[in-house]
Every structure is written in structure tokens, then in C-alpha cells.
Design a protein around this ligand. Structure first.
Ligand code: DGJ
Length: 715
């Protein structure tokens, strides 16, 4: 049994394949977190709840244990998961255990009920087990069973607790526009470190993912790593707190900044999911578990036409910018099709009076000047060339210079007495309003119903300011941060339902909306507007800590033309696309592109659905002095096939290239290795040899790169 109660006690053990998570009720009815780590052989190995005293007038028995879901109240001062204000002005809660429910099945689930009887507040804590990936999903529901409304001031999804001690290290993914998902590390000391977005969207500044390793330090392939990620696409926060008593707690969920939620009697508020996992296999295993979980349980089941794999796409943005028209795109479409591109996406510029970023946003009708006969002639051309057609939209935004805004200036977030700040010449539509949400849904629904569209890129190019909702029901003004995200989810869910053949890509000026919440409803994401193939190695590395390569869109653009093979290899490590002015490419460049796209189609099932091994980080780990290289390997789930990408970033003094040790192969099987250099003969070696002795990448000058293929053979 994955979830069981220990004897008659109110202590529960949640076991995945390799891990255990334990929580229990103490003598005072408090729900304590007791353990999260390796699965242990005996029931008596697992700790039971205790309440002890600490010799300090400033602590309480409850402040020195780990509370499973701390609500603010009593003598305890760590980050609360719940803070409410009752109608009588009381602002603290006293939660005690009420009930539990267990269900087995493909995804076992435990629900623990807590209550504050004084006020009729009922909290249901949910735990869903993804056993094969050693992952637990947690979220909370708060129900108001009382007679009067309650104001929720803070409601996090979960608090994760770690074995008491010090010397922990935090790994997180931070950056900015054009430099997303950079791996950052921090030794934790007493105090709080807050990762958050207050921007209304997930944000490129920091991604809602964390990993913790212990004093002994994990490596890529060994050591204890706890990790987690939020399933939320709006303002969020993750608080990493090391207390004066050696507790380490990571709590997270919807950001409480400027947020309140009015919970009327009979209503329930449900938090987003906070996913957590534990492994002793280092950061590599943590990533592979997250990838496997996403592929099987998070991503929408099939892309558009039901195919499993992401298509090779062409996107117009870096080729022609806003200058899209049937004429400007016809030749590009022909060239793209001749290279083997499968999906042709028209980016920004096709609608309203959109000639640059100052006008037209919100008017989701084809520009009469650029597409006098609508989109159909271009779509037919693209379809005749054997490709599918995709389109860009930015549904949550509006330019003041648009018919939509002229007709509905009250449809944006605003404070009537304050100036409306513009970002990229645009304002944010108030999707908390039902009429605005429905209008946007119907625009998109009509667009997809009237046209043969297989792919939608959903962009969002500014963060929120002046988040006012002048017409809101009383007491609900500050709900906009949550209502907006729920509206986006609702529109996407309904569009998917109505148009199951359409695949979606999430974008926010690059990787500003990459999270598990959006990945439940989109097939891929755009990790960064930075398409420099070298910079992308860092962005991809960080991205891969948290998210699977299948969803990682990567384009070859004109910025790769001085190292085209390198550019292709960098992009082939994710979901490959091209966005370049192919009209200017030489026959040799086009031929290379054709070859690489064909090669990608042969290997994409391994890249998109295989197991990823970060062999050598572009940041230098494992490189010899004088040589800086990066290597990443993918292995098919059956371990019969593998691909290895190696990138030479720089080389001095003719320093010999270090060998690269492969991972994830069957030691006793024989593999044929091809592609290690343009003239290399195939070699046949055992999986053991490939992991112990490795291969010497045939690279010599900086920006050289290799795509090495490894296939199991009988001999
Ligand atoms: C930002 C995106 O990241 C780009 O790829 C492109 O779609 C532009 N927006 C279009 O305005």
C-alpha cells in the first residue's frame, strides 16, 4: 500500500518507489510533518509526533516541531501557509486534526482534514503520489462552513520540511528577459530567502522551481536532492526559511502580496499544486524524475493531430518581424517546406492595424491591408505545401491604439485616478471581468473555427501594473492576481476542448510563463527570446533542471549563420524550429538545414521522450583548463538508442579535448557509435566501455559541435 496508517495511530506513511513522506497528529491534535527521505524498511523506523519543550520563554512546543500546514496563530512565527481575517476581526487560526481519507488506484491519494471549529473553517490537505517518479503533488482547499464571510490574506499550497540541521544549499533558476533559467546556488544560513514573482505572470526573473541539497553536497549524479515546483502561472512565491532552531522549511504558492480573497459561507478556495520530490541520485535524477512525471502526467495528452512528438516549425518573427503578408511569406513557406518543416507559424503582425508594437493589439481580425482576402489564401498555400498552419496571439493585452480599447477603455486593469503605465505600448486586459474573458474566448474560438489552424502561440509581453478593478464586487478587488490566471486557464481549457486538433505554445516575451500550471494546458513553451546558440546552452541547461526537453522550443535563427551546424545542434537538443530569413541563405546553408532537419526527425523521439543526462555543464564543471565544452546526452526509454551533443565553447593552447563518459546505457550491450567527426568510422563498444572510458569528441576549434548517435547492435 502506497499510503498507510501506522497501526491505530493517526500517523500516515506515503511511500513511492524509493521515498517516504510521513505526517502525524500529536496529542494536542496538531498535524506534524515527521519525515521526507529514503523509504525505510520497518514501520518503527519512521518517527512519531512528539511535543517537547525548548528551554526558552520565546518558543512554544508547537514552534519547535514542523507543522504540516502552519496557519498563523499561537506562539509560532515561521512563514504561515494560511492567514485569514474573520468577520469579527479575529486574525488568527487554531487548526486541529479532523478526518482523513485514503484512496488507492493508479494515483494513490491521501486527504487530511483540519478544522478551526470556532469559525467553521475546514482545510483539506491533498497528497497525490506518483510512485514511479518519487513525486508527491500537494495542494490545499479551504472551505468556509461558518455563517459569515472570511477574508483569506495568505494561502500557500504547502510547506516542505527538511531534516533539522544546517549547511543546506539552495539551487534555483533565475535571470531576466533574454537570459532566463540560469542555474544559481546559495548556501543557506539562518534567515529567509524569497523567490517570487509579483508581476502577474510567472516571470523570467525567477522560475517557480527549487532544489535543496545537504551539507554533503549533491553532484549531477549522486547525493540527496529535494526539489519542487509550483503549478501556477501568475504571481507566486517560494519562501526558503532556515530558523534559529535549525529547521529548514520551503513553503510556496500564490503570492500573498496585494492579495486577498473573500470566502463567503459555503465557498471553497483551492490552491495550485506544489509538486515535490526526493532522490539520492543527484540533480540529474531529480530532473529525470520531473521530466518523466511531466511527460506522463502533466502535459496535455496528445498534440493537435494526436501525434506524440513535437513538429519542426518555421516561425516568421525573426524572418520578417511585423512585415507579414501572403506575399512576404509565400516564398519563405516554399523554402521552409523544401527543408522538411512541418508547421508554418505566422507570428506577430497579421491582425488589425499592427505594423509595429504601437497599435492593433486586441483586434484579432486579419489586417485588411496585409491579408485583403483573409488568412485562407495563405493557409491554403501552406497546406498545399504539406505543412500545418500556426498563428500568434497575445490575448491578454491591448494597445491603446486599437479598436478594442477605443470601444472599451474600461476593460483594462486600472486605478481611475492614476496614469495607466504602458509596457511595450500595451495595457493588460482585465480578465477578472467575466465579459472581457468571454469576449477573448469568443475571438479565439472564432479564429480557430473559421480557419484551418493547428497551432497557437500564446504570448504575453508585459507585466501587471495598476491592478485595479473599479467595477469589482465589494471586497474582491485584490482577487485579480488569481482571477486573471484562472481566466487564462479557463480560456485555454475551453479552446482545447472545442478545438482538440490545435496545439498551443506558451510564451511571455521568451520564458516568462514557463511553469507546471501552463504546461498542463500547452504543448510547448518558448524558453527565451535569446536565440544565440551559445547563450542557449546555458538557458537550456537551467531549463532542463525543471522541465522536459520535449516542451523546450528552440529556433535556429540568422544569429547562427556563422556556425550553422552548432546552431542546429543547440536547437536540436529541444523541440526544433527555424525562424530566419531563408531567402538570404545560400544553397549550401539550405542544404545543411535540410540534412539537419532530416536528422532531427530521426532522433527526436529520443530527445523529446528519452532520459536526459547533463554530462558536462557549459559553466565549466568537468572541463579541462584550456578547453570549455558542454555535453548533453539523451537515452531512449528502452536504452537501445542514444544521442550525444557536444559543443566546444572555447579552446586554447591546443589543449587536448577531454573524453566524455556516457550514461544510461546497458553495460553488457554492444552499441554502434557514429557521427564522432565528419570522417569517423563507426565503432562498436559495450555500454560499460562507453560509460567507463567514454569517447574522445572529435572537436578542434571553438563553435565546433557534434551530434553523435549511439545505437544498440547485436554484435
Ligand atoms: C515576444 C516573443 O517572445 C517573440 O518570439 C515574438 O513572438 C514577439 N513577442 C512578437 O511580438
Amino acid at each position: 500500500m502506497a499510503i498507510r496508517r501506522l497501526g491505530d495511530e493517526n500517523t500516515w506513511v506515503l511511500e513511492t518507489e524509493l521515498t517516504a513522506y510521513v505526517l502525524g497528529v500529536d496529542k494536542q491534535g496538531g498535524l506534524q510533518h515527521l519525515y521526507w527521505g529514503d523509504r525505510l524498511p520497518l514501520d518503527r523506523d519512521y518517527p512519531r509526533p512528539t511535543l517537547a519543550l525548548f528551554d526558552s520563554p520565546f518558543e512554544s512546543p508547537r514552534s519547535i516541531v514542523y507543522e504540516e500546514y502552519p496557519a498563523w496563530g499561537g506562539i509560532k512565527f515561521t512563514e504561515p501557509c494560511l492567514k485569514v481575517c474573520h468577520a469579527d476581526g479575529v486574525r488568527t487560526s487554531a487548526l486541529v486534526y479532523d478526518f482523513s481519507e485514503m484512496s488507492e488506484g493508479a494515483i494513490p491519494e491521501l486527504v487530511i482534514g483540519l478544522k478551526d471549529s470556532q469559525y467553521g473553517l475546514v482545510i483539506r490537505l491533498h497528497y497525490k503520489l506518483y510512485e514511479e517518479f518519487d513525486i508527491i503533488e500537494r495542494y490545499a482547499e479551504v472551505a468556509n462552513d461558518g455563517a459569515r464571510a472570511v477574508i483569506i490574506e495568505q494561502i500557500l499550497s504547502a510547506a516542505w520540511a527538511f531534516p533539522k540541521g544546517t549547511g543546506y544549499r539552495l539551487t534555483y533558476l533565475a535571470g531576466r528577459w533574454g537570459a532566463e533559467t540560469q542555474v544559481r546556488r546559495l548556501s543557506l544560513e539562518q534567515g529567509k530567502f524569497v523567490l517570487e514573482s509579483r508581476r502577474g505572470l510567472t516571470s523570467p526573473q525567477v522560475n517557480p522551481w527549487f532544489a535543496i541539497d545537504g551539507r554533503e553536497r549533491a553532484t549531477e549524479e549522486t547525493g540527496r536532492v529535494w526539489y519542487g515546483a509550483l503549478s501556477w502561472s501568475g504571481s507566486w512565491k517560494i519562501v526558503v526559511e532556515q530558523t534559529s532552531l535549525g529547521q529548514l522549511i520551503v513553503s510556496g504558492g500564490i503570492n500573498d502580496f496585494d492579495f486577498t480573497w473573500l470566502l463567503e459561507p459555503g465557498e471553497v478556495f483551492k490552491t495550485p499544486v506544489f509538486v515535490g520530490g526526493y532522490t539520492t541520485g543527484g540533480f540529474g535524477a531529480a530532473s529525470r524524475n520531473m521530466h518523466g512525471y511531466q511527460l506522463k502526467h502533466v502535459l496535455p495528452k496528445a498534440q493537435g493531430d494526436g501525434s506524440r512528438l513535437r513538429k519542426v516549425l518555421f516561425n516568421s518573427w525573426e524572418a520578417v518581424g511585423f512585415n507579414v503578408s501572403t506575399d512576404s511569406l509565400a516564398t519563405l513557406a516554399e523554402k521552409a517546406a523544401s527543408l522538411g518543416v512541418e508547421l508554418f507559424v505566422v507570428d506577430d503582425g497579421w491582425f488589425g492595424s499592427r505594423n509595429d508594437d504601437t497599435a492593433g493589439l486586441g483586434d484579432w481580425r486579419p489586417s485588411p491591408r496585409k491579408f485583403p482576402n483573409g488568412l485562407k489564401p495563405l493557409i491554403e498555400r501552406v497546406r498545399d505545401l504539406g505543412m500545418e498552419f500556426g498563428i500568434w496571439v497575445e490575448p491578454e493585452m491591448v494597445n491603446p491604439d486599437s479598436d478594442l480599447y477605443r470601444g472599451h477603455p474600461d476593460w483594462v486593469y486600472n486605478f481611475p485616478t492614476m496614469p495607466r503605465s504602458q509596457g511595450r505600448n500595451q495595457l493588460v486586459l482585465n480578465l477578472s471581468r467575466n465579459d472581457v474573458k468571454e469576449y477573448i474566448f469568443h475571438c479565439l474560438d472564432r479564429l480557430l473555427s473559421d480557419n484551418d489552424i493547428a497551432f497557437v502561440k500564446w504570448d504575453a509581453n508585459r507585466h501587471f501594473s495598476e491592478p485595479g478593478w473599479p467595477e469589482s464586487p465589494e471586497g474582491r478587488e485584490r482577487e485579480v492576481w488569481v482571477r486573471h490566471v484562472l481566466a487564462v486557464y479557463d480560456i485555454l481549457d475551453r479552446l482545447r476542448q472545442a478545438h482538440p486538433q490545435v496545439a498551443f505554445e506558451s510564451c511571455s516575451g521568451g520564458g516568462g510563463r514557463v511553469d507546471l500550471g501552463i504546461l498542463r494546458r500547452t504543448d510547448q513553451v518558448w524558453p527565451s527570446d535569446n536565440t544565440d546558440p551559445l547563450d542557449r546552452l546555458w538557458i537550456h541547461e537551467g531549463f532542463s533542471y525543471a522541465y522536459c526537453p520535449k516542451v523546450m522550443s528552440a529556433w535556429v535563427t540568422d544569429s547562427s549563420r556563422d556556425c550553422l551546424a552548432f546552431g542546429f545542434h543547440s536547437a536540436m537538443a529541444g523541440s526544433l524550429g527555424i525562424s530566419a530569413n531563408l531567402n538570404q541563405w545560400s544553397p549550401e546553408e539550405l542544404e545543411l538545414a535540410r540534412q539537419k532537419i532530416a536528422e532531427y526527425k530521426e532522433i527526436r523521439h529520443i530527445v523529446q521522450e528519452g532520459r536526459l543526462y547533463r554530462l558536462t555543464s557549459p559553466s565549466g564543471t568537468g572541463s579541462n583548463a584550456g578547453v570549455s565544452l558542454s555535453a548533453v546526452q539523451y537515452v531512449s526509454p528502452d536504452q537501445d538508442e542514444s544521442v550525444l551533443f557536444v559543443f566546444l565553447l572555447s579552446r586554447q593552447f591546443r589543449t587536448p579535448i577531454p573524453r566524455t563518459m556516457l550514461r544510461g546505457l546497458r553495460p553488457d550491450c554492444v552499441y554502434e557509435v557514429t557521427g564522432n567527426g565528419p570522417h569517423a568510422e563507426p565503432v562498436r563498444l559495450s555500454g560499460k566501455a562507453l560509460s567507463s572510458l567514454g569517447i574522445e569528441p572529435a572537436l578542434s576549434a571553438s563553435r565546433d559541435s557534434l551530434l553523435v548517435r549511439i545505437r544498440r547492435t547485436d554484435r
